[in-house]
Design a binder for this molecule. Sequence first.
Ligand code: PEP
Length: 256
Amino acid sequence: MTINLQRPVLAGNWKMYHTPAESRKFFSEFLPLLPERLNGTVIFFPPAISFSEALHSVGDRGGVHFGIQNVHWEQQGAYTGETSAIMARDAGAELVLVGHSERRQLFGETDEEILQKVQAILAAGLIPLLCVGETLQEREDGRAVQVVQGQLSAVFHGLASEEAQQLLIAYEPVWAIGTGKTASPRDAEEMHGRIRQWLSERIGSGPAADISILYGGSVKPENAGELLRTSNVDGVLVGGASLDPAGFARICTALS
Ligand code: PEP
């Protein structure tokens, strides 16, 4: 899928929050707060059951895109409770979140499954937003870069370079997700720089520069501007703070 994801990319992961009715209410409050000419691209990842309501509440408003939070790697089959990438596309999704730490930790998703999902997402013509990040223990052990590079490598080794160029990446240190602790702009800059360097060595510096690398982990209206101005931070992936229309609108307009 070719969509123009102008930077900064401002993505909201609603996790398992906001019913269809709450999604409608969210957009009735959020859209009037968004300037007509937005500097950047806004993406929402609502729960699957609220996806249609959210999409239709936004209508053809430019600059706002939708993704789904998870897919199965098969196109269809006897997989009760699952959704496939082609179903997500048919419902109007343009992106899919994959490898989120909650899926890795709470649902036991492995690197192999994440690669299979990325391949299915690309085959369906959708854009994978691949999440990577280390735990607090891994950071304290001095292994943060190694862990993140391992997670990237597990996916990129299975992709052709034209495929690799279609990904978006979110660096989300696990210790910063939903904890109120944010990586300092220096920590984010360092890891984002390492990720960019790693990508350059694999796919060349031109294509690597085109891959947007988002930061995620307790992003709030108060810290979004500083993070977005950090070098190699091309956007933010926001969990908790994306549930509040006024707060998320402030994040979306932090650089406008
Ligand atoms: C997330 O779920 O991707 C996330 C970054 O959550 P939070 O902003 O709540 O830390």
